[in-house]
Design a protein around this ligand. Sequence first.
Ligand code: AMP
Length: 356
Amino acid sequence: MTALPPGSTIGILGGGQLGRMLAMAAAQLGYRCHIYAPPGDNVACEVAADCTIAEYDDLAALKAFADACDVVTFEFENVPVEPLRSIAHTVPIHPPIQALEVAQDRVEEKEFVRKLGGETAAFAVARSEIEVEDAVAVVGTPAILKTIRMGYDGKGQVRVSAQSDLASAWRRAGGQPLIAEAMVQFDAEFSVVLVRSADGEIRFWDSPRNAHENGILATSTLPAGPLIESQQASARVMAAAVADALEYVGVFTAEFFASGEGPLFNEIAPRVHNSGHWTIEGAETSQFENHIRAICGLPLGSTATIAERVEMQNLIGKDGERWLQLLGDPAANLHLYGKAEAREGRKIGHVTRLYR
Ligand code: AMP
């Protein structure tokens, strides 16, 4: 892959905070970014050279966008795949469309990982309400019902016990095809964030310990502790096998549960990830810069951690009101995403603290 010269235009599908931080990293390397996103609070547009506001299936707008870009990437994993195919012959798209396809479907995702030797929680599919009871019986209780498509940050997820009313659980999960997943008794959660170049070179950042609250990431911490450290190597092998099989280019994330039985794969994200935000200050090269490097055909940067201890804390909803107080803490690196509304459960920003 020949290196894209500075001054070229990178198209980013999705207008959220991940696109915003990608555009900031791209600007540092001399690139222009063009955001494409449906109407909404598109905070990435505030730091980009161009912005197209249109639906993902607006083929005319998508074609004009593709014509204006030298490479296209995405920051949102639910970008519909079919419209993207219509521009694939016009402009290189990294990561590959297949990575989106796999990540958008929890069944396909788990089967893809299992075929490559990865282990996942037991699961069973329910495509209609009458199939829920059988699916839950297969995995046992307690279980988690998850919509097969369009789930993220714990949305579209319902926990059920032996006493639960499954008809109401089906409705609460959105009344659409779902998987029943066995509840994993994990000791900790962690992620493997890696970057893969077009020629297949892979570099890994250290795996942080991730703590979730209400299905949303709350903190990522390094060092991750002995259990995660002992499982990082096999999780990396699994994550790299998936990235290789997809001929992936860019930053790729795989989330795992750590327990006494070894790492259990949870899900993949075909993009930069919240659990990699600590890399902006805590690593020699951030996930955002290395994503830009990979998709533009530049040499990858070092992923080494540069502090003894790193803590990334998400600012969710009203947490953002603490911004002035946080700025008074000399250890805190504050990132605010410029969102218009601090709705409950919404990621407003994050803070990273390094301890050397
Ligand atoms: P997900 O959207 O699948 O990443 O789920 C969000 C969070 O819910 C995970 O990070 C876990 O904390 C929790 N979770 C999801 N699936 C399971 C499971 N099978 N067993 C236990 N906890 C889970």
